[in-house]
Write a protein that binds this ligand. Structure first.
Ligand code: BMA
Length: 806
């Protein structure tokens, strides 16, 4: 039987003539940080002080023990090396590697002793490749398109430039005899209710003549097959298989598959994974509106409630299984059902995918290409093919994985960002996205759909970002316009759109400990990486609010409110246009360090108001006020499998709380449809002093907690026709009390966008809801966890809401 032993312990990093203890999996920055050699690059402006680390060579060393196990072959296996390295054992070269996205196996039979992994700088490799293949355009100055390393380690418009090196995934020694399972491809399908697992197996042998048998077990069923040469196929059928569903549609049934390789009666190797029975398709057919982009899981057509995922730490080896689970649980708790793994990061880990399988999160995985023209010459071409083959197979068992995507924004960049002219016929990646990658997916994993890029309209005959065809990235709005402009388009699928806001106050305080915080203080600007980011924040804010000159706390609150409002404007509009629009993927769920960015959850894991807003926006039932043909309508977006019928109470109110008019109407939305109720003419609010409140009963579960609801089992939509800066807000008055359940606020006047900033109570505290609007007389209890010493004065000080400008 194959024996595996971890080689993660006992590593050292050579530094300054001596050696430091090294953590594997890990990287050079985290080892230097632990040894006190460098400052924390996440704090202040230390990022720039540690830039030298990425330019140097680094050597990791350990011992390979000598073991007399009696096995015929011994392999040394690296699950991930970041990135360009030479591996030697007792001075003898085992191999040279240059791809962070691959695993490596070396035959070390009969060898033991000094193992060294010498990394050269990824910059040196990138520059050498650039020298060979020629310069290519890209959206950022660093040379990330010339080396197969996580692109965003070279800096991004939300990320620091921290080009690390190291042994970023586990290392082990495997000892085996006769044969081992070299590659297992589970093709999991559902055929007329019967779950089918077809395992296509490749073995590696030391003895060609040995008769080998495969035995598979799934859900109490077994099957056997012989290996011919180095290949074998074993097929297990599970009648009446329990299906795996995305969250909100059903259970996440997972089944263990165990595959054993036998020689006679002796087991040689075992492979175990969990799979789920489900079918997946992508409907891109043409219709009256263009051509769609609708995911179909187990026959159900879905509006995808998505978030874009970036590496959760710029040093991805630091993201533990627990941290993945925590972050993805946060996504699921916000009502998210799809996570897009963005192409400037990595092929995500088993831990990421295990969590998604269990939580019922669908995953769209980009191949790691983003925002640049990528050369197709050697040595890159072979690396890309090898990493694609390896990762398609590695991730195949996971039912959560539903879509492969060729790249992020490169087809768009070629057409729109001046690359076509600059390239003058040079390769730029098209051969990967439209040739190699779809071929690899179709050959190795024909059960999953592939799309060439995001955005992509399905053909060069149309603009790649054409909203009427396929996927669309909506960035003009954040870059240049007011967020109301989201309402001027109904794209078929919005794969990226978003709005920036600073992180939580406690996160800023930790990252910039010695700074008097201001929107443009040096540390704040250093932790803002977007081009003219603060300018865009400021202009976006000025369209809606009176700018709070010099008042940092007010600025911080309002920019966070504006982020939530902007994303809400997009999602409410687009969901109300289901099934023409079949998904929104918010840019972005998470951060990889403390920074002002588009994220809903900041770099310290704290939830911005946008996060809580997502729970309302992505609930199975959403009530929203929209415009159709110049008139207001209430849209009841019903993603449940049951009809939503009930009473809709409309009230036209003044900001002073006076009821100008009201009506009780009937609301119906069929299962997985949108119901529209026109607002009677006399109830449309007129001018900045008035607003509309719509309350609907929603007897079924609505996902998440009841943020934004009028009461239990009810949903509310509030519509102000004028921008906030024109609204004559009354001086807000409310009472605050603190009890075991949290902070209770009773409004005496209209209280708009009430927010408890829990991190100001205690850096470890967390509130269970974000922005709440209360009418006079209404109350809310905001649950707080992790608050050591509850106290009313502190609660008051941590509460914000809209108020008349001072
Ligand atoms: C798109 C993304 C990212 C970027 C984001 C915000 O371009 O694909 O590259 O971070 O917009 O600008």
């Amino acid at each position: 039987m194959l024996e595996a032993s971890s080689l993660d312990d006992g590593w050292q990093l050579r530094h300054g003539g001596g050696r430091l203890p090294a953590v594997v999996p890990g990287c050079v920055h985290t080892d230097l940080l632990a040894a006190g050699v460098i400052p924390d690059p996440f704090l202040g402006r230390a990022e720039t002080e540690v830039a030298w680390v990425g330019r140097r060579e680094w050597t990791y060393e350990t011992q390979v023990p000598s073991v007399s196990s009696g096995h015929e072959q011994t392999d040394l296996v690296f699950d991930g090396l970041d990135t360009v390295a030479e591996i030697t054992l007792n001075g003898r070269l085992l191999g040279r590697v240059r791809n962070m996205h691959r695993a490596y196996r070396f035959d070390v039979t009969g060898l033991s002793g000094d193992l060294a992994v010498r990394f050269v700088s990824a910059y040196a490799e990138a520059e050498a490749v650039r020298g060979k293949v020629g310069d290519r355009p890209g959206a950022y100055p660093e040379p990330y398109q010339y080396v197969r390393k996580m692109a965003c380690s070279f800096g991004w418009d939300w990320g620091p430039t921290l080009v690390t090196a190291g042994i970023w995934r586990p290392v082990r020694v495997e000892r085996w005899s006769t044969a081992r399972l070299a590659r297992v491809r589970p093709l999991v399908t559902v055929e007329e209710g019967v779950g089918v697992v077809e395992l296509r197996v490749d073995v590696e042998r030391t003895r060609v003549e040995a008769g080998l048998v495969l035995e598979a077990r799934v859900a109490g069923r077994r099957a056997r097959a012989e290996v011919t040469g180095t290949h074998g196929v074993v097929r297990v059928e599970v009648p009446d298989a329990e299906l795996w569903w995305p969250r909100g549609y059903g259970e996440q049934a997972l089944h263990e598959v165990e595959l054993t390789l036998h020689h006679g009666s002796a087991p040689l190797d075992v492979w175990r994974r969990r799979v789920g029975f489900r079918s997946v398709g992508l409907d891109t057919s043409a219709d009256a509106h263009g051509s769609g982009f609708t995911l179909v899981v187990n026959g159900e057509r879905l509006f995808a409630r998505g978030v874009n995922w970036i590496p959760d730490d710029v040093f991805p080896s630091r993201v533990t299984r627990e941290r993945y689970r925590k972050r993805l649980r946060q996504a699921a708790d916000a009502g998210v059902d799809l996570v897009r793994v963005w192409g400037g990061g990595i092929y995500e880990s088993e831990d990421f995918y295990d969590a998604c399988d269990e939580l019922g999160l669908l995953v769209w995985q980009d191949f790691p290409f983003a925002c640049a023209a990528y050369p197709e010459e050697q040595p890159l071409r072979s690396e890309v093919e090898a990493e694609a083959r390896e990762n398609v197979v590695r991730l195949m068992p996971h039912p959560s994985l539903v879509l492969w995507n060729g790249n992020n924004e490169n087809l768009w960049g070629f057409r729109d960002w001046g690359w076509e002219e600059r390239l003058g016929g040079d390769s730029w990646g098209e051969g990967y996205y439209l040739g190699m990658l779809p071929r690899v997916v179709a050959e190795l994993d024909p059960t999953r759909p592939y799309t060439a890029g995001s955005p992509w309209s399905g053909s060069w005959e149309r603009h790649p970002n054409d909203p009427a065809h396929g996927t669309h990235h909506s960035w003009e709005v954040w870059n240049r316009q007011d967020y109301a402009e989201y309402r001027s388009e109904v794209p078929r699928f919005v794969a990226e759109f978003g709005w920036q806001a600073p992180p939580a106050y406690a996160t800023l305080r930790r990252a910039l400990p010695d700074e008097e915080l201001a929107a443009d203080s040096p540390g704040m600007l250093h932790h803002q990486k977007a081009e003219d980011g603060n300018g865009k924040l400021e202009r976006g804010l000025a369209r809606h609010f009176t700018l709070p000159d010099g008042d940092f706390d007010r600025w911080h609150y309002l920019t966070q409110v504006n982020q939530a409002r902007a994303v809400a404007a997009g999602i409410e509009h687009w969901r109300s246009h289901w099934p023409v629009c079949a998904g929104t993927i918010v840019w972005q769920l998470n951060d990889c360090w403390p920074v002002t960015s588009w994220a809903a959850i900041d770099g310290d894991g704290r939830e911005k108001p946008l996060y809580h807003e997502l729970r309302r926006l992505y609930a199975d039932r959403l009530l929203t006020v929209q415009v159709r043909e110049g008139r207001l309508v209430v849209a009841a977006v019903n993603q449940c499998g049951d009809r939503w019928a009930g009473t809709l109470v409309l009230r036209r109110l003044s900001v002073e709380g006076e009821v100008i008019g009201s009506a009780e109407l009937h609301l119906v939305a069929r299962a997985r449809e949108v119901g529209l109720v026109p607002v009677p003419a006399g109830l449309e609010p007129d001018g900045p002093k008035e607003f509309l409140v719509a309350d609907a009963s929603a007897p079924l579960r609505t996902g998440g907690v009841d943020a934004g609801r009028a009461g239990r089992g009810a949903l509310r939509a509030v519509h102000f026709p004028a921008p906030d800066r024109e609204i004559p807000w009354p001086q807000p008055e409310f009472e605050v009390s603190v009890g075991p359940d949290g902070v209770t606020v009773v409004a005496r006047t209209l209280v708009r966008d009430l927010l408890l900033q829990a991190d100001r109570l205690d850096p470890g505290a967390r509130a269970d809801r974000g922005l709440v609007t209360l009418l006079p007389g209404e109350r809310v209890t905001i649950g707080v966890r992790g608050w050591g010493n509850p106290d009313v004065a502190a609660a008051r000080a941590a509460l914000r809401c809209q108020e008349p400008p001072r």
